[in-house]
Design a protein around this ligand. Structure first.
Ligand code: HEC
Ligand code: HEC
Length: 218
């Protein structure tokens, strides 16, 4: 009986936590809502591009087709200064005020729905020298949270990595490892990721795993 009780308490805590982190998925926007979410996205175009393809010069990644729950969670983090707060996170600091412009939950939800609805753009690789064979071995530790196909795993809050900008993946792995991301005391999901950036001992190892992720992107 006690065990049962405890299990259900843990279960409801887990549910509450996942609700807190992902929020409830809003209803699909109707036609007027879709136009509105597209309008909200106008403020993102200068950096992330018309089709969400990103812009390496500006350090803004491809975001088209990311999962809606993940986009919402990240916009909330930028707004609450759990991401982009660290002194070494210059790119995060450029994004932060943009998230502030999404000043209601509705705006966050609708712009996320719009970005998620865009087809992934699969940016061309920019990094050189990564060995996908070695990367595959490293990637075995990532599968639990990011999926064997690198399409993400919502149960672990792991975002999709396939189809991402490769230079952006490298920056993020470096940020996690150096503590520029995932170290804010309220950043629960970032803290889950951070120890795994440590399993990649060198920049070469990061490039290897990214090269392997590249083979899963299409
Ligand atoms: C001034 C340029 C700029 C504008 C405008 C901008 N962003 Fe960003 N965005 C960035 C940069 C730079 C990053 C990368 C931050 C980092 O390296 O951690 C980023 C990161 C993100 C991420 C995180 C992606 C990931 O994989 O974790 C999301 C989501 C995002 N932006 C959505 C938006 C949305 C939605 C808008 C419009 C409301 C927007 N951005 C407007 C520059 C911008
Ligand atoms: C225990 C679960 C877990 C494991 C294992 C894990 N990750 Fe993550 N990873 C996450 C979570 C959760 C996030 C999102 C963090 C956040 O919410 O800011 C993340 C984010 C990332 C990001 C940033 C993506 C973006 O769009 O900004 C990269 C890159 C990444 N992980 C790569 C890896 C690699 C490579 C491995 C294996 C070496 C790995 N992860 C292992 C949970 C995990």
């Amino acid at each position: 009986m006690m065990t049962q009780l405890r299990t259900s308490t843990v279960m409801s805590l887990a549910l509450a936590l996942s609700f807190l982190l992902t929020g409830c998925e809003g209803a699909s926007p109707d036609k007027a809502g879709l136009k509105y979410s597209e309008d909200l996205y106008d403020g993102c175009v200068q950096c992330h591009g018309e089709n969400g393809e990103g812009n390496q010069q500006l350090g803004s990644p491809a975001i088209a087709g990311l999962e809606r729950w993940y986009i919402k969670a990240q916009l909330r983090k930028f707004k609450k200064s759990q991401r982009g707060w660290h002194i070494d996170d210059m790119a995060g600091k450029r994004m932060q005020p943009m998230a502030m412009a999404m000043n209601t939950d509705e705006k966050v939800d609708l712009v996320a729905a719009y970005v998620a609805s865009l087809p992934r753009t699969n940016p061309a690789p920019t990094l050189e020298g990564g060995n996908p064979e070695t990367g595959k071995i490293y990637f075995a530790t990532c599968v639990q949270c990011h999926g064997a196909d690198a399409r993400g795993n919502i149960d672990e809050f792991g975002p999709p990595l396939a189809g991402a900008s490769d230079w952006y993946l490298l920056t993020q792995l470096q940020n996690f490892k150096a503590g520029a991301r995932g170290t804010h005391p309220d950043d629960v999901t970032g803290a889950k990721m951070r120890p795994f950036s440590m399993t990649l001992p060198t920049e070469q190892a990061m490039k290897d795993v990214i090269a392997y992720i590249g083979t899963l992107s299409e």
